[in-house]
Design a protein. Structure first.
Lengths: 221, 221
DNA sequence: TAGTCCAGTAAACATGTGTTCACTCGGATA
DNA sequence: TATCCGAGTGAACACATGTTTACTGGACTA
């Protein structure tokens, strides 16, 4: 039940006092409901400007103070997704990897990470393949950066030391697509079905095992 | 420029004479523009009933003679996608696989197949992860069937004979997601850039090599 | 041949849509 | 203190949307 709130917006939340501060605040207030709506199973391309502004508690015209059109809002979402991915890598880097069963623990950590940021990942997983070409392209770029960083990290860790850089990048690409695929599956998990959950995690772990097994035996040429 | 065509619809195309024949025909005439619009880079969830009927040369109300709502149309598209996938497997089965460089030739065949049915694959790749939960779920089911059939075929061919059935299925799942991912990439290839095209095919081939390499060395437990 | 059925029509409905415009009114600045 | 700037307002616009309703006319069938 989407309740309409004709509240005056200004008086909302903590008063930001500063002007740029206010602008940034409302910008976020526009981004947030967009993400929420997508999280509720709506395609990005089906969102309407009025719907978003309504949910943000702002008049439609105010939208244009922040974005030229919906696509620009979409790109902001992609940017946010990119930040989320980078943050994930940063955390992984910090934690290092436990020697035993590290693949499984990585998967579990990833699962948790996805669930805690379900909206962003729903957006990424959803718009990655479809919808508007411009944002699909943007997501692809973020993915590529993510893969590059991951390759770099693996290199630094001494994992798969025999692989050439292109080969490593190619494998990281495979890992990334598998991850985002899994994200979609994770988010669609019905709650309170630990068996199904377990199955999904296992499947995910096994797939990764296969990939890294293949990577270990990879020979150039 | 979407030209509106207020043509009387009845007089369109070859006169179907039979009544059920007519109904089936218009049903297809509704499905077709939906696919086309999606192929033009529109998310499924952004399609409107009126847009579709307009493009089909039919009055909006006529839509309800064929589908309860847009979701039902979407499911018809998924069904069509499923048929396309099954057909792909059937072809692969018929052709068998040449012993030399069979992975690369498979990829090239697949690429061609995707390009020739670009609309269906754009739909599958696009709605697989996002948009409406109901059609996302439906696509997932088709994918799973596809993976099962593929596993069965590999079994019959004697490929990877040491793998248990669950393991084989899990690997086919990985292959399928990789394929559909690649479909999206293939469809976004800018025309007349053979270098980029070559790169993508190579990357795709290598990823598959990694997967099958991993599969060969897979041990249960 | 008379009668039924039903795919497609035409019109109307209540809403929802993107975009524009002149406006206000409070923080920033000189 | 007086001025300016610009984030957010409110109203209006010209359409587009989903759905319903009574209808028409040709293919079927008894």
């Amino acid at each position: 039940m989407a309740t309409s709130k004709p509240k005056p917006a200004k008086a909302d939340a903590a008063s930001p006092s500063s002007r740029v501060e206010l602008k940034e605040r409302t910008r976020l207030r526009l981004i947030e409901p967009a993400l929420t709506l997508i999280g509720q199973g709506r395609g990005y391309s089906s969102l309407s400007l009025r719907e978003i502004t309504r949910e943000a508690g702002v008049v439609p015209a105010a939208f244009y103070r922040h974005f030229r059109d919906l696509d620009e809002l979409g790109l902001a979402l992609v940017e946010m997704g990119g930040v989320t991915l980078r943050h994930l890598l940063r955390e992984a880097r910090r934690d290092g990897l436990s020697p035993t069963d590290m693949l499984r623990t990585s998967v579990l950590i990833y699962k948790r990470y996805v669930e805690e940021r379900s909206l962003v990942f729903r957006f990424l997983a959803g718009e990655r393949g479809g919808g508007s070409p411009v944002i699909r392209q943007a997501i692809r770029t973020e993915e590529s950066h993510f893969a590059s960083e991951m390759a770099q990290d693996l290199r630094a860790l001494g994992t798969l030391p025999d692989l050439s850089s292109p080969a490593l990048h190619m494998i990281c690409g495979l890992v990334v697509t598998t991850m985002l695929n899994a994200a979609s599956d994770i988010l669609d998990l019905p709650k309170g079905r630990p068996k199904q959950e377990q199955e999904l995690v296992d499947n995910f772990v096994h797939q990764f095992r296969v990939v890294f097994l293949g990577a270990r035996f990879w020979r150039e040429r």
